[in-house]
Design a protein around this ligand. Structure first.
Ligand code: NAI
Length: 387
């Protein structure tokens, strides 16, 4: 088996999740065509690379400039988990260096960024994989299969919500996430991007949408911060405050190309909500509903009773997505990191030229176009075409 040498850019939460995912591949698939090894990491914060080295091996070469990692001839493939504003530039550079690319969502700040990365990946002939990992949850894979088999009849309407509270505290510092030139459109790229991808994964392309957005907390304390969840004491008289530039909340009415109407709602500052992410699809003969916090369960209503038809819970089981690689029987819940292990596996298979179900850069462009359309619709008050 050949080695696939991986470099990770951005050693925060997601960079570590990617690295763990590569390490775990042999635990779940004994016969992958390539053996992934993390050999290098790049992060501008020395503390981040030091912690990464402690976790993943002192022999992982640490760079403070991602360009040096790309110049490392050993590196075949790169995970990009840096802040959003760097994704466009780094994604293009990874492809131009002839290295395979696994890049976190959102792929840059706008559809133009995502398109540039997509075109660079296509021109270089490398594999591009995007971190839309909710696709890899077995219950979501089962929902897709049930929709395609007609189990809920003809889809009529759908809803996806991503409500959480990492930005709900007024003391959450003004990090890169809250600036347009570094965090893009806030909750849109951060969470609505997943919602759009789930809708597209389950129901196909988007035709048009109309949306409104809001900023719930307009000013935040200025401080260096890493990660989503830092909080400062807002009563500290020494704190200075700055303007939040991007969206805490978005709600969009989305018309799919099939004509199905969907609602996509996302909030990063929703008090009382902790990762309340869900998708539901209604059809002429039933419904499907999935909740991120109960990942192994899918609520299903299917039949010919119509009024009064019951909704039950089915537990993920071997045969649903890649569940069988993790658990031997139904009802043993998988976790968040497991979805990234599946994503890493699909990335490795695609690099080896084998069939793999990836979210691609085309998916990233489609998602980014929908997010750009949400911003435009809020500004104009009009429906905006996405197709
Ligand atoms: P984080 O803040 O925990 O980590 C970002 C890291 O990038 C930090 O260690 C920071 O020092 C480093 N960094 C900053 N500037 C850099 C530079 N010039 N060169 C190299 N490294 C640099 O952020 P987190 O949560 O890991 O997010 C990273 C990306 O992952 C974001 O794009 C985010 O949208 C995405 N993400 C995706 C999730 C998913 O479910 N697919 C979940 C969480 C984040």
């Amino acid at each position: 088996m050949d080695d696939l040498n991986v470099g990770v850019i951005g050693a925060g939460w997601m960079g570590r999740v990617h690295a763990r995912a590569f390490q775990r591949l042999p635990h779940h698939w004994s016969s992958l065509p390539l053996r992934a090894r993390v050999v290098a990491v790049a992060d501008s914060a020395p503390s981040a690379t030091a912690e990464f080295g402690a976790a993943f091996g002192r022999d992982v070469t640490a760079y403070d400039d991602w360009r040096e990692l790309l110049a490392d001839g050993r590196v075949d493939a790169v995970s990009v988990a840096a802040p959003n504003f760097l994704h466009g530039e780094i994604g293009v550079a990874v492809a131009e260096a002839g290295k395979h690319l696994w890049i976190e969502k959102p792929v840059g700040l706008t559809a133009a960024d995502a398109t540039a990365v997509r075109d660079a990946v296509a021109a270089a002939g490398v594999v591009g994989c995007v971190g839309f990992n909710y696709r890899h949850i077995p219950a979501v894979a089962r929902a897709k299969r049930l929709i395609e088999s007609g189990a809920i009849g003809t889809p009529t309407h759908a809803r996806t919500q991503l409500l959480t509270d990492y930005a709900a505290h007024p003391g959450s510092p003004l990090s890169w996430r809250y600036a347009v030139d570094r965090g893009g459109h806030g909750v849109l790229g951060d969470l609505a991007s997943h919602g759009v991808d789930l809708l597209r994964f389950l129901l196909g392309d988007i035709d048009a949408l109309t949306a409104q957005t809001a900023i719930h907390i307009g000013r935040r304390p200025i401080a260096q911060a890493q990660g989503h969840y830092a909080v400062l004491d807002v009563d500290d008289p020494g704190l200075e405050f700055g303007e939040v530039e991007n969206e805490d909340y978005v709600v969009a009415l989305v018309k799919m190309a099939s004509g199905v109407l969907s609602v996509c709602e996302a909030d990063r500052a929703a008090v009382g909500e902790q990762n309340n992410y869900a998708v539901e699809v209604h059809g002429s003969r039933g419904l499907l509903r999935w909740d991120f916090r109960r990942p192994g369960e899918l609520q299903v209503s299917s039949g010919d009773v119509y009024s009064g038809q019951p909704t039950g819970t089915v537990f993920s089981e071997p045969g649903d997505g890649e569940y069988a690689a993790f658990q031997p029987g139904a009802g043993i819940a998988m976790g968040y990191d497991d979805t990234k292990v599946v994503e890493a596996r699909n990335f490795v298979l695609a690099i080896a030229g084998e069939p793999a179900e990836l979210a691609t850069l085309d998916d990233a462009v489609a998602s980014a176009r929908a997010l750009d359309a949400m911003v435009a619709s809020h500004q104009t008050g009009k429906w905006v075409s996405v197709s």
